[in-house]
Design a protein around this ligand. Structure first.
Ligand SMILES: Cc1cc2nc3c(=O)[nH]c(=O)nc-3n(C[C@H](O)[C@H](O)[C@H](O)COP(=O)(O)O)c2cc1C
Length: 196
């Protein structure tokens, strides 16, 4: 006899809401397992994956954001194909969440300026370098004690925002795995069980 689905995971609407609450919490808590997701896209003909810091997750707008350098390859690739994927895994909660959507950038606008003032400036060292991320450099180029112009950095700072329209939720548990897919359908998340 298969085990019945436990009440707390039998309600698909509740699962979608719970995941968004977890995402919002993860953005605020640097110790949360979902604080540093893997962000994926297609570039140069293959899957491009990298760790980023989740900076915000809004259940109402379904927008996830991270901060990056406008010169980084992912931003160059975004111009060609805006589809991005986010992979979250919480080992203790035994939950993998994948989120899919379309991305765009905020650079030099009100949101980017707000994020910079709210604390992104603390990472200014990353954005000040005259060498674009991914370019070949020397060890001297990486000398963080090298003098820098304190006014520089913000011009390369960009907020990558992604509106999520699909979620893939996987909950691993000894009683039997559970997996559900959610599509955004104008009025809300439409969920269905799928084979794990
Ligand atoms: C823990 C951790 C957090 C990171 N956070 C970010 C981030 O928030 N934004 C970012 O652009 N890169 C971040 N990186 C670096 C990226 O993984 C990646 O190396 C860089 O963005 C270049 O990616 P790209 O060549 O695909 O554009 C982080 C790396 C680690 C290990």
């Amino acid at each position: 006899m298969p085990h019945p689905i436990t009440p707390e995971i039998s309600n698909l609407d509740q699962i979608a809401d719970d995941q968004w609450q977890s995402l919002a919490a993860a953005a605020q808590d640097r110790h949360h397992a979902w604080h540093t997701p893997t962000l994926g896209n297609v570039g140069e003909g293959m899957a491009q994956l990298r760790t980023v810091v989740l900076r915000s997750a809004d259940p109402e707008t379904r927008i996830l954001t991270c901060h990056t350098d406008s010169r980084s390859p992912k931003i160059v690739q975004l111009a060609k194909d805006p589809r991005f994927s986010w992979h979250f895994y919480d080992r203790d909660a035994k939950i993998q969440l994948r989120a899919y959507g379309r991305a765009w950038t905020h650079q030099g606008d009100a949101l980017a300026s707000q994020r910079w003032q709210d604390g992104a400036w603390r990472s200014a060292q990353c954005y000040r370098t005259p060498i674009a991320p991914g370019e070949v450099c020397t060890e001297d180029d990486l000398d963080i004690d090298a003098p820098v112009d304190p006014a520089t950095g913000e011009e390369h700072f960009v907020v990558l925002a992604c509106e999520i329209d699909t979620l893939d939720w996987l909950f691993l548990r000894v009683e039997g795995h559970r997996r559900a897919r959610f599509l955004w359908m104008e009025r809300g998340w439409q969920g269905e069980w799928i084979a794990p």
